[in-house]
Each structure stands twice: as structure tokens, then as C-alpha cells.
Design a protein around this ligand. Structure first.
Ligand SMILES: [Zn+2]
Length: 403
């Protein structure tokens, strides 16, 4: 009632008279500023009534300082351990791969969150691969819980490159690599050919490698581009303003880089022209914010799968749409985490397994919004957590997984 009275009082009179004031008068009497239909409020103001903008009486906090406590009281179900043993298809352990004690320490951390297997995506090849495989094999506890994706060296692509790359890949597969990856976003954005030109994702010089991957039954785990906002102007409408401010290296100025859509076009052309090669698009192909687009890719390209690492903020902000998407495409989605931070995995379990509402994500700079559980049924959880990875990766150990 009090609010209605104020709005209909002095302020409304000033508005009616067309008087605008950014600062306003005493509390409760401030007129604010009128704007036309569809026009945004001036900086520092927000729309308090239709077409009427007002500035807060106190100085507004910056977005890094505004940390409202939620007063929502609702059921919370923290999920420290996955309901079914999971395979991390996007693993980036570091020194754990060269030191048995650290590897076994990681095993204890994996047990605590029910991560059954780590597939490392560190682009490892040759001697480095052999050394890491030896470390894994030397641990009775870990020898069946870690597998390694082989790396491809994209430097110097040109005449003679493919034969060498295929020979290295065959050697890496014979040594024990179970797939290829992570093909980094540098493919398309940074790698240059021997002739100095930018190496395109679908460059025909790379074809023998993708064909070899199909022949050797090695899935290809590929990260292309980055969130689309990284290509957009850093203004106050950019969803990733904070991240782009914190990590200037994540900006892709249009004059210096292929566009987001150019990269997607090259990637999709690669997927389409190698139907016998199994691909896993990291980070859901950066389409977790547009699941219809990813669904269309799945429909058109049966050789394409997607991994969920580092896009939980998009899955968890559309719980009903994401639930339906995961049900529909339950055979195409793989669990993966990206950066190895044991305390962050439980956020994934909670989003996938619960109906919890409005809870925090683990990185405020990725997403200023809250997450919701998408409540997947057990049969779908099993596919996402381990069955899809086992199916598309013939060289993974098949024993010991829940039925
Ligand atoms: Zn990665």
C-alpha cells in the first residue's frame, strides 16, 4: 500500500509533468526518468514502473561486490558421490600422471566421489605417453582406472605431414592410447600450416588422420571455439562480461580471428565428411545454451557425441529443457569435467541426479545465475556416466561396471 501511495503521489505527478531526474529528491518522492516504449533505462537506473526508471538511493555495488544471500528455504540434497561409477572423458590430471604416489592419491579422491575412471585428454604422444602408461601400469590400484587419449601434433601441416601423424597415431594406439584428444581449440584459431596460412579445422591435409582414427576405432575428442559471447563486444549486455574482464586472453576480436560461426561451420563440415569417425564434441560443442541446435547436429550426424565439461551453468539454468534433451539424446552424451578439481565434481552429480532448486554453481565468473537439478532417471545416468563412453571407446576396460 505504501509503495502504491508513493508511486501515485509526488513522483507520478512529476512524471505526468514530464519532469525527469536522475538523482531525485527525498526518499519516496523521487520521480525517476521516463523512457519511451522499448528504450532502455539510462546507466545507473532500473525500470521501476513501465517506462519509468529510477536510480537507487545508495551507490550501486559493482557486480563483483553484490553477493545477495538467498532467503529461499527449500530441500537441499548435496551429492558428494555419483550414484553410479562415472568415467571422466575430459580428464586433465597433471603431475598425477608421472608420479605413482600422486596417482594413487587421485584414486582415493576418485573413490570419494565415485569416479570410476579417468580418461586423460592431455594431448599426450610418443615418449610422454609411454612414460605415463608405465606409471599407470605400475599401480595395482590404478592400472584399470586411468586411460589416455593420444595427441596429434598439428605443427607444420603440409606435404608429408599426414603420413608421419598417422604413423605416430598407430604407434600411440599400439602402446595403449584409447582415443584421440583433446584436439584443442587452437585447431581453427591458432595453428598455422607449413605455408604460414591458418590451419582450418576441415583442412583436407588432415583427412588421413581422421580416417586412421576410424580404422583404429579411436574416438576423437575435439574442443572447437569457445562460448559465443567471447566474440561479442564486452559491453554490459554480454553474459560473460566478468569472465572476459578477468581473463583478457579469452577475447576473440573479430579482426584477428575467424568468427564463432566460421569455426562451427568448419567443425560441422569435418564431422559430416568423416561419417565413419566417431567424434566427441567437448563442452557440448558450446551449444548447451541452444540445445535445439545440438539436437539437430545429433539428428543429422550419427557419428557425433557431446561431452558436458564446463557447461554445467547452461544445463542447470534450463532444468526442464535439459532434462528432456538428456532423455531424448541419452545415447549421445558423455560425462566429462575438464579441469581436475575434486571439490567441483559433486556439482555435476547434484545437477544430474536431483530436483534441487536455485543452488550455487562453483564458478561465479562463468555464471551469475543459480542452478537447478535436472533429475535424470537411473537408466540415463548410467549411459551418461559410463555406458556411452564404454560403447564408443572399444579399448576401455569393460569389466566391473554396474549392470
Ligand atoms: Zn580440456
Amino acid at each position: 500500500m505504501r509503495v502504491l501511495h508513493m508511486a501515485g503521489g509526488f513522483g507520478a505527478m512529476l512524471v505526468a509533468l514530464g519532469v525527469a531526474s536522475a538523482q531525485g529528491g527525498p526518499p519516496g518522492t523521487r520521480a525517476g526518468t521516463t523512457v519511451k516504449d522499448g528504450e532502455p533505462c539510462p546507466p545507473g537506473m532500473t525500470e521501476v514502473r513501465p517506462r519509468n526508471c529510477r536510480a537507487p538511493e545508495m551507490p550501486a555495488p559493482s557486480i563483483v561486490d553484490y553477493r545477495p544471500r538467498s532467503t529461499l528455504v527449500t530441500a537441499e540434497h548435496k551429492v558428494p558421490k555419483a550414484r553410479f561409477a562415472a568415467i571422466d572423458f575430459h580428464g586433465h590430471p597433471g603431475s598425477q600422471m608421472t608420479n605413482v604416489a600422486e596417482l594413487e592419491q587421485m584414486g582415493a579422491e576418485m573413490d570419494a566421489m565415485n569416479l570410476g575412471m579417468m580418461v586423460t585428454a592431455n594431448n599426450t604422444s610418443g615418449d610422454a605417453l609411454a612414460k605415463q602408461l608405465a606409471v599407470v601400469k605400475s599401480s595395482a590400484k590404478m592400472k584399470d582406472r586411468v586411460r589416455i587419449l593420444a595427441g596429434i601434433d598439428f605443427r607444420g601441416v603440409g606435404p608429408g605431414w599426414a603420413a608421419k601423424a598417422v604413423a605416430q597415431l598407430e604407434a600411440d594406439a599400439a602402446a595403449g592410447a584409447v582415443g584421440i584428444g583433446e584436439i584443442s581449440k587452437s585447431l581453427g584459431l591458432a595453428y598455422r600450416k607449413a605455408d604460414g596460412t591458418l590451419l582450418k579445422i576441415d583442412d583436407p591435409d588432415l583427412d588421413p588422420v581422421w580416417d586412421a582414427a576410424a580404422r583404429l576405432k579411436l574416438p576423437v575428442f575435439i574442443h572447437t571455439a569457445d562460448p559465443q559471447e567471447f566474440w561479442q563486444p564486452i559491453d554490459y549486455t554480454n553474459e560473460r562480461w566478468l569472465e572476459l574482464g578477468l581473463f583478457p586472453g579469452r577475447r576473440y576480436p573479430a579482426d584477428k580471428n575467424p568468427s564463432f560461426e566460421e569455426l562451427m561451420t568448419e567443425r560441422d563440415h569435418l564431422f559430416r565428411t568423416h561419417p565413419k569417425t566417431t567424434f566427441v564434441a567437448a563442452h557440448m560443442g558450446w551449444h548447451a545454451n541452444d540445445l535445439a541446435r545440438l539436437g539437430k547436429m545429433f539428428d543429422e550426424m550419427p557419428n557425433v557425441n557431446a561431452e558436458v565439461g564446463a557447461v554445467l551453468y547452461d544445463i542447470g539454468r534450463q532444468p526442464r529443457g535439459a532434462h528432456d534433451f538428456f532423455i531424448k539424446y541419452q545415447d549421445r552424451i558423455l560425462f566429462g569435467k575438464d579441469s581436475y578439481q575434486p571439490e567441483e565434481y559433486p556439482y555435476y552429480w547434484r545437477v544430474f541426479e536431483t530436483r534441487d532448486e536455485y543452488f550455487d554453481y562453483y564458478r561465479g565468473y562463468h555464471a551469475f545465475w543459480k542452478l537447478y537439478g535436472i533429475d535424470l532417471p537411473d537408466a540415463v545416468l548410467k549411459k551418461v556416466y559410463y555406458q556411452n563412453a564404454l560403447r564408443i571407446t572399444p579399448a576401455l576396460p569393460k569389466a566391473g561396471w554396474p549392470k
